[in-house]
Ligand binder design. Structure first.
Ligand code: FES
Length: 263
């Protein structure tokens, strides 16, 4: 690794967080590299035999002050989207790749990863299939309300969220297709979201417009608005819906309706 420049030497962990208006957005390169890890150990849970009776617990730890997630889980392959992106973003805070504790996901997303060297117990739990890592979850600050015109569609790539402003209000939609979880893309020329896997298309409200019969509208995240007038998207839970209803759109200045669930 090259020697840090003077500017890099001045970067402290506190500076890094201060520069980050929203961790889910500012940690662009790293978060992008790890986004698919949410699928990894979840696959193990899906493969449990029917009727399994052994006890399981979900342990949630809320950390005041946050967790330096990008130094906890680090992409280790030497590519421009892997360790090179990590060192470029973290500068003098980056951890030498040789110090990272390798983990072995049950399902590969094409990347390799390591954990912070102070976390051997966590690495052991992960490698024994007793722990999963769920990145990119939390509140996404999408910026000032006023920057969105009716009809605008904006991608927040690292959170896999499309934010759309309709005349009814804001919708935050999951980027994962409701057919078989292909990653959709917005085609500006055709005013459609398109799934490259089996060609489903969706309009800006997330309703199916073609390519597949009878699949649900794109899933929603809750939208609220900060006192500073920013659009906030809660990516910690997703709501399924069969089709768009006006009440699903969140309007600034009124109680955030979130998404309604229909059958
Ligand atoms: S996964 Fe999107 S159409 Fe099949």
């Amino acid at each position: 690794m090259s020697r840090p420049t003077d500017r890099q030497k001045d970067l402290t962990r506190r500076d890094l967080f201060r520069r980050a208006a929203c961790a889910a957005v500012s940690s662009v390169a790293i978060a992008s590299a790890v986004r698919d890890l949410r699928l990894i150990n979840a696959a193990a849970a899906d493969s449990l035999p029917a009727g399994a009776t052994d006890y399981k617990a979900l342990v949630c730890i809320f950390m005041f002050g946050g967790n330096d997630a990008n130094n906890f889980l680090v992409p280790t392959e030497n590519t421009s989207t892997g360790y090179q992106a990590y060192t470029a973003a973290r500068q003098n805070l980056s951890i030498p790749v040789a110090s990272l504790l390798p983990i072995a996901p049950l399902v590969s997303d094409g990347h390799s990863y390591g954990l912070h060297p102070s976390c051997p117990e966590i690495a052991s739990l992960f490698n024994s299939g007793k722990l999963a890592i769920l990145p990119n979850v939390g509140t996404l600050d999408c910026g000032p309300i006023g920057q969105y015109k009716i009809g605008d569609v904006k991608l927040f790539k690292d959170a896999d969220v499309y934010l759309v402003r309709l005349k009814e209000g804001f919708l935050a939609m999951s980027r994962w297709c409701t057919h078989m979880n292909g990653r959709i893309i917005w085609n500006r020329e055709h005013w459609r979201f398109q799934c490259p896997y089996h060609h489903a298309t969706f309009d800006r409200r997330g309703d199916l417009t073609g390519g597949q019969p009878d699949i649900d509208a794109l899933r929603l995240y809750g939208v609220s608005f900060s006192t500073e007038g920013h659009v906030l998207v809660d990516t910690s839970s997703v709501t399924h819906r069969s089709c768009f209803q006006p009440g699903q759109a969140a309007r600034p200045g009124s109680p955030a309706p979130g998404a309604t669930i229909d059958s």
